[in-house]
Design a protein around this ligand. Structure first.
Ligand code: 3HC
Length: 307
């Protein structure tokens, strides 16, 4: 069945090569899922060789794990490994890409710079995607000569597991065109994801709903409720992960960014937790020991908690 709002699937362009801008947590997961499901070459790019090498090594490591678990044959693992490469030379890497998706730092000006640069090196028919969590896709499109080729394509952590992708059509004089949208939906289908078309509104739909729970749970802790009590309350709602567990999954900086975007748009409804800020300012990757709900020493030093 065609997803609601999706244009005629026949308009979709074939995707035979994918470029990923960024080689961090999200970008590396994207590279793996695109290469694995679409069975196409994927090239990761970043600002320096060290970041590129780290991203590619992570993807190759995940492929090795899948092979060890028997989820990929030796041949499939070899082909997949060969299909995921990295470089700092995005001009060369993206020249023949059919699709380029960015997953860099969540700062509008950074993403706009990325798209200005990318548009200079890609073919005219290359579709551009952003995996932004909460920034305006329309504002990113505004720096492009061909804004109609940009679409939001928002995944959730862990990318390999979470079934949904939010497809964001831009607004304004030259919104995302039907060819781009149809390509996005076709790619989503190829990735075995469920795509939903959402408005280009702050944090779209999922993060807006999730942040209501998650920010409020942090604020409750800021106000003196013990962490364990806030966690137990969230558990009772049947969520698969609590607020502080999710921080370790999505990264505190990303979580803070989403909270701040929503606070800017709807100040009354979206407070920003002081403890979340403390975690980000201290540069912590999360607050719990891996796989537990035990606060790390570093988190204990940084967090201001009730009894
Ligand atoms: N990468 C790949 N696969 C993973 C994984 C990872 N990081 N984590 C878990 N999995 C797989 C496991 O291999 C397992 O697969 P299998 O059933 O085929 O063996 C399956 O997921 C279930 O894993 P587990 O049994 O170990 O654990 P759980 O049943 O607790 O599920 C979870 C783990 C899917 C991560 C679950 O806890 C969950 O859904 N958590 C909430 C995630 C969430 O809310 N994500 C959205 C965050 S917001 C976001 O990303 C938006 C951004 O813009 C900020």
């Amino acid at each position: 069945k065609k997803p609601a709002g999706a244009p005629d699937p026949k308009l979709a362009r074939p995707v035979g090569k994918v470029g990923v801008v960024g080689a961090g947590l999200m970008a590396s997961q994207l590279a793996l899922v695109f290469a694995r499901q679409l069975k196409v070459p994927v090239v990761l790019t970043d600002l320096d060789e060290a970041r590129v090498a780290k991203g590619v090594a992570w993807v190759h490591g995940e492929i090795a794990k899948l092979r060890e678990k028997g989820r990929l044959s030796d041949g499939a693992a070899q082909r997949l490994t060969a299909n995921v490469t990295g470089t700092t030379d995005s001009a060369a890497a993206f020249a023949d890409a059919d699709l380029v998706i960015e997953a860099v730092f969540e700062e509008l000006s950074v993403k706009q710079d990325v798209f200005r640069t990318v548009e200079k090196v890609v073919r005219e028919d290359c579709v551009l995607m952003t995996n932004t969590s909460s920034l305006s896709v329309t504002a990113m499109a505004s720096v492009l000569e061909h804004p109609e080729r940009l679409v939001g394509f928002h995944f959730f952590n862990p990318v390999a597991v979470m079934p949904l992708v939010e497809v964001v059509r831009t607004t304004g004089a030259t919104p995302t065109d039907d060819v781009t949208l149809a390509t996005a939906f076709a790619v989503g289908k190829g990735l075995r994801k469920s795509c939903v078309l959402v408005q280009d509104a702050p944090a779209f739909v999922v993060n807006r709903l999730l942040t209501r729970f998650m920010s409020e749970a942090s604020v409750v802790v800021d106000e003196g409720t013990p962490v364990e009590v806030a966690e137990a309350a969230l558990d009772s709602l049947g969520l698969p992960m609590s607020n502080f567990e999710l921080l370790g999954l999505v990264g505190p900086a990303v979580a803070l960014h989403v909270a701040e975007s929503l606070h800017a748009a709807f100040p009354e409804r979206f407070p920003v937790s002081a403890n979340l800020r403390r975690i980000v300012e201290a540069g912590l990757p999360g607050v719990y020991e891996k796989g537990t709900r035990t606060l790390t020493e570093a988190a204990r030093e940084v967090l201001v908690l009730g009894d």
